[in-house]
Design a protein around this ligand. Structure first.
Ligand code: SF4
Ligand code: SF3
Length: 553
């Protein structure tokens, strides 16, 4: 195995990346290898989808399928070999179908078929032993001795960024959002990466193309969510349990929560959000409409083994991030959805959640109410725009000196306390926007307000970076300057590939001087980090004192 896609990857003086029997996330070498073969086959599907599209032939099933299956290879999503083999089988059949469609279109249109290279040429049987036997050929670092670490690092930057984009495409697809240009661009990049390009400028362009693509996808997802559930309204959320039977819903797919809320109405079951599901409370059609969505339980993904073990009800994992549910004995009351998988854990499909409800009723539930502790969420773009005139007034009056966006993924390294300490140390005349699960490092703290404007503004899930970008653009417009001239600093915590997609979006939009932490992606070499720093000012976090001094002067 060779996997270096997330922030907790193994780093040794000899070689970086998880390379032995098991990754730090619990992904076995077998699962990692199956994922690599799957990715290569998906790149082949994209190669034919791309070529066929040039001749006007579009297969909308394959368009939907490739990002979905690619998402299954994101960190902490799918650990189930049977499901991965099934994805591979389906990918091979899409590839055969698209190849035939492409060749037929060439005949019809009297066009010489292109000789597609790399992944498009790869054929294999979807048998586990056969797939594993090809893993060395499809390993992402298979030709590193020829191309070198810098080229490998850039390929991975684009590939992992595109994986994050694929994840958001799948979240948007579930909400009925499709866009032909998005699919075309996705296949173009995916297909090209399947040819193992080795030229630095082209790879940088592909990485930026992923960033631009992700901006469109986050916008699509925003449309899907706001059309389905309304525009978030700032909402206080109780972070402590109350007595009664319970269901916990984690991950990003709000639609699953909607079905659960509708089907648990008047059943005496309390529903809780966990992790990235927290912003659901602010949507009029979710928290706004269902009083039995009583609160948020627990915090970010890395604490789930302890939190889920203590949760006396059914648990639904709608998307990333899943960690081993067997260790602490709650696998039998957990359900995976969509692309998530763990062998032996019930994978729930369809829209009827009776099995989850039954499980919740069988479980003990919470015995007592705990003393409430509140956080506020729901400052997505409409709420931010409503607050904008008041914010601008306070900026003009000199009462707000600076904006920080402190957001991204959470994780369990102690270095991540930086983000807690940073927000605590940010002066009273600064506002802090936050998003994604990294907010759990500080969203239970009291930050006060600036003349009625809360100092901590929770924008939403990671994909709601789209909303934060809208606010930055609106402020730049009001102050008649560029986004980089605003008193705004971005401090991003990264863990998995969605964060890479968002980082590429910000870089593609020309946003400079972003700080990332707790560590640099291990697939980026010193050379690449220096290059990105020269071009964009991207840098690593240092200490809270140093960074605040550098930013505020
Ligand atoms: Fe290692 Fe992260 Fe890959 Fe898991 S996802 S194998 S921890 S790099
Ligand atoms: Fe968190 Fe996994 Fe990245 Fe959507 S849930 S941000 S880590």
């Amino acid at each position: 195995m060779f996997c270096i896609q997330c922030e907790q990857t193994m780093q040794t003086p000899v070689a970086n990346g998880c390379q032995y029997a098991m990754g730090m996330c619990g992904k076995t070498a077998e699962i990692s290898d199956l994922q690599d073969v799957l990715i290569y086959i998906l790149q082949g599907v994209s190669a034919y989808a791309n070529a066929a599209r040039d001749l006007g032939v579009v297969d909308s099933e394959a368009d939907a399928y490739v990002p979905q299956a690619f998402f299954a290879t994101l960190t902490n999503v799918n650990f189930d070999d049977a499901r991965l083999i099934e994805y591979t089988e389906q990918a091979l059949s899409y590839k055969a179908k698209l190849k035939a469609a492409y060749e037929a279109a060439c005949v019809l249109q009297n066009v010489e078929p292109k000789v597609l290279e790399g992944a498009a040429q790869f054929t294999i049987e979807a048998e586990k032993v056969t797939l594993l036997s090809k893993a060395t050929d499809t390993a992402l670092n298979h030709d590193v001795s020829e191309v070198g670490e810098d080229i490998l690092g850039l390929r991975l930057l684009a590939l992992y960024g595109l994986k994050g984009v694929a994840a958001y495409m799948e979240h948007a697809r579930i909400l009925g959002q499709k866009n032909d240009e998005v699919y075309a661009e996705f296949h173009r990049i995916m297909a090209r990466l399947g040819e193992n390009p080795s030229e630095m400028n082209e790879l940088l362009e592909l990485a930026m193309a992923c960033g631009h693509l992700n901006y469109s996808v986050m916008k699509m997802l925003d449309t899907g969510e706001t059309e389905a559930f309304g525009h978030p309204v700032p909402t206080k959320v109780n972070m402590k349990p109350i007595a009664g039977k319970a269901i916990l819903v984690s991950g990003h797919d709000l639609i699953d929560l909607k079905y659960i809320l509708e089907q648990t109405k008047d059943k005496g079951i309390n529903v809780y959000t966990h992790g990235e599901m927290l912003p659901a409370h602010a949507y009029p059609e979710l928290g706004g409409k269902h009083p039995h969505l009583v609160g948020n339980y627990g915090s970010a993904w890395q604490n789930q083994q302890k939190e889920f073990a203590n949760f006396p009800g059914a648990i639904v994992m709608t998307s990333n991030c899943l960690i081993n549910p067997e260790t602490n004995g709650y696998a039998d009351r957990m359900f995976t959805r969509n692309i998530v998988g763990w062998p032996g854990v019930e994978h729930h499909t369809g829209h009827d959640f009776s099995a989850v409800i039954e499980k919740a009723l069988e479980c003990e539930g919470f015995k007592f109410d705990e003393i409430p502790l509140y956080t506020t969420t729901g400052f997505a773009h409409n709420a931010l725009m409503e607050a904008a005139p008041a914010v601008i007034e306070q900026v003009k009056a000199g009462n707000i000196r600076h904006f920080f966006l402190v957001g991204g993924c959470d994780g369990d390294k102690k270095e991540r306390n930086y983000f807690t300490e940073f927000t605590k140390a940010a002066p009273q005349d600064t506002l802090i926007l936050t998003l994604a699960c990294g907010k759990f490092k500080f969203n239970d703290l009291e930050f006060g307000d600036v003349n009625g404007i809360p100092r901590l503004l929770d924008v939403g899930q990671c994909n709601d970076a789209y909303s934060a970008i809208q606010l930055a653009l609106a402020l730049a417009d009001t102050f008649e300057c560029g986004v980089n001239e605003l008193p705004l600093s971005l401090i991003l915590s990264w863990f998995e590939q969605k964060a890479i997609a968002i980082l590429l979006t910000l870089l593609a939009l020309g946003i400079k001087d972003i700080r990332v932490g707790p560590t640099a992606p291990a697939f980026l070499t010193e050379n690449l980090l220096n290059h990105l720093n020269e071009q964009t000012g991207l840098r690593l976090i240092t200490t809270v004192e140093q960074d605040l001094a550098d930013i505020l002067g």
